[in-house]
Design a protein around this ligand. Structure first.
Ligand code: FDA
Length: 527
């Protein structure tokens, strides 16, 4: 049989690529075992011929959209036990042309920590998750492979009045989360996780083990909010713990459209960023069934944490947001660590041990983000409701997180995370689906893109800002080969505004050959 020329060229290229990647990965493995200073490395190397390979790969995949038979898989996964093994992985990967994807908690929204279009190895930090808390001096060292749940658990084991301002979901990894900012229920009082990092340990492209002093203030600045994966492998973070009262109060008040949700939400936009710093009220919007047979509605859940007792919260709410109609029965007093379980959705009375569980029920999703600087008029909100009535929105939600407080006091350039004063709130758009196949993916992704297009007049402009930890490849990507500053600025200025320039400068100094890269990593100049 005669093959058409194009097919013949493709077949040739394919067999060449497979042969090359097989060769690459074999020489990479030989290099690792030959140069390993530590015999145990063979115990933590997984290739597709290893029976645990799929388990190790999938155990930290949080978005099944990137775990299909056609998703490119790593040639090798290594789960280092000690720092020297990270140095060996980096050295052998550079010698043998393997790309490295670093994974801590695996929550990257676009799967960048475990998927790559070129032959790659996953450097999985799961075994490097030690946490040591110093209560007397209010700090902790956290290795990047630890989850937020593990961190909160360790803090609570040792103190009832210390906490840390990081994210809501306990399975998120410290590695990616702190390097992209990291916010949670007490960020209006204390800022982001990255604002509270005071030292770090990093392995750079040359394999050097650096701390804050030896890496210098430029690189230390870049890793606190500049996004993971561009500057090196962050092994551990030293964080400042913050005081929390022994009693906090939580509430969730639900209002649907028949209960005046549009007007109450409209009003929330005028007060949410101006509340006392101790008060955080976010809003979670979902579609729901109306009380009228066969009709749909939208539900707004006003979901709050107050750093204090309800005796103080109730008069505060009466004064600043009476429209919500909060009453004593809505409020639950508890410890700060119990509020972590409450926000993570665990039932009351649940043991703290659940924070140590790294497994998460996973479902495919696509997310996007926006910043709101002026209140959206009621007519604008009503347009959002219309989109909730579409069939793809069955499992969609919008999470509105209020800014203000400490977030407005920190300068835009203090760390790379630039979204500070002037923001009323951030919107996270999420759409989930359980159906398999590309048709379901396409229709849900298309729904969220339509909603995003609709929102353009109501949100930040020039640039339309986005949160790096809510990774979104729709807003721009690097080329697979060289990426110009100009091209990367398309997405870079949305995540980092003017800080993007400084990030590129730091990258050019510390990783000029662009070894640490992915679809949205900071490119060096002249790359
Ligand atoms: P993952 O391991 O996928 O890493 C993310 C990125 O960082 C990748 O590019 C990776 O290569 C890189 N990276 C990871 N470890 C590194 C290391 N040690 N050194 C260098 N680079 C490294 N955010 C938030 O601010 N507040 C919140 O409440 C939540 N809640 C939340 C819930 C759920 C269910 C999800 C899926 C996500 C969130 N997030 C969040 C977003 C979260 O902060 C973001 O996805 C983080 O980047 C996840 O960090 P992981 O280490 O888990 O991801």
């Amino acid at each position: 049989m005669k093959l058409p020329v194009s097919l013949f060229v493709f077949a040739l290229l394919f067999s060449f690529l497979s042969a090359t990647s097989a060769h690459t990965h074999e020489s990479f493995l030989r290099c690792l075992t030959l140069h390993s200073r530590n015999d145990s490395i063979s115990e933590v190397i997984y290739t597709s011929s290893n029976s645990s390979y799929s388990f190790v790969l999938e155990s930290s995949i949080r978005n099944p959209r990137f775990s299909t038979p056609s998703t490119p898989k790593p040639l090798v996964i290594v789960t280092p036990l000690v720092v020297s093994q990270i140095q060996e992985i980096l050295s052998c990967a550079q010698k043998h042309g393997m790309q490295v994807r670093v994974r801590s908690g695996g929550h990257d929204y676009e799967g960048l920590s475990y998927v790559s279009p070129v032959p790659f190895v996953i450097l999985d930090m799961i075994n490097l998750r030690n946490i040591s808390v110093d209560v007397e001096n209010s700090f902790a060292w956290v290795q990047s492979g630890a989850t937020l749940g593990e961190l909160y658990y360790e803090i609570a084991e040792q103190s009832k009045t210390l906490g840390f301002p990081a994210g809501v979901c306990p399975t998120v990894g410290a590695g990616g989360h702190f390097s992209g900012g990291g916010y949670g229920t007490i960020f209006r009082k204390y800022g982001l996780a990255a604002d509270n990092v005071i030292d770090a340990h990093l392995i750079d492209v040359k394999g050097r083990f650096l701390d804050r002093k030896s890496m210098g203030e430029d690189l230390f600045w870049a890793i606190r909010g500049g996004g993971g994966a561009s500057f090196g492998v962050i092994v551990a973070w030293k964080i400042k713990l913050v005081p929390v009262p022994s009693t906090v109060t939580v509430f969730t008040v639900n209002k649907n459209l028949e209960q005046n949700a549009t007007k109450i939400l409209h009003r929330w936009q005028y007060v949410a960023d101006k509340f006392d710093k101790d008060l955080f009220i976010r809003v979670v919007l979902t579609g729901a069934n109306s009380s009228q047979e066969g009709k749909k509605t939208v539900q707004a859940a006003f979901n709050s944490l107050y750093l204090g007792g309800k005796d103080k919260l109730l008069p505060l709410m009466q004064e600043s947001f009476p429209e919500l109609g909060l009453v004593s029965e809505d409020c639950k007093e508890m410890s700060w660590i119990q509020s972590i379980l409450y926000f993570a959705g665990f039932p009351s009375g649940q043991s703290l041990d659940v924070l140590l569980n790294r497994t998460l029920t996973v479902i495919s999703y696509k997310a996007k983000s926006d910043y709101v600087k002026n209140p959206i008029p009621e007519s604008g909100l009503e347009g959002i409701w219309q989109r909730f009535y579409e069939k793809e929105a069955e499992s969609a939600e919008l999470i509105l997180t209020p800014y203000g407080g400490k977030m407005s006091e920190i300068s835009e350039s203090a760390i790379p995370f630039p979204h500070r004063a002037g923001n009323i709130y951030k919107i996270q758009y999420l759409v989930y689906w359980s159906e398999e196949g590309t048709a379901a993916t396409e229709s849900h992704v298309s729904w969220i893109r339509r909603l995003y297009a609709y929102m353009a007049p109501y949100v930040s402009k020039s640039p339309r800002e986005a949160y790096i930890n809510y990774r979104d490849l729709d807003i721009g990507t690097n080329n697979e080969g060289n990426t110009s500053y100009r091209q990367a600025s398309i997405w870079g200025t949305k995540y980092f505004k003017n800080n993007f320039k400084r990030l590129v400068h730091v990258k050019t100094v510390f990783d000029p050959t662009n070894f640490f890269r992915n679809e949205q990593s900071i490119p060096p100049l002249s790359w």
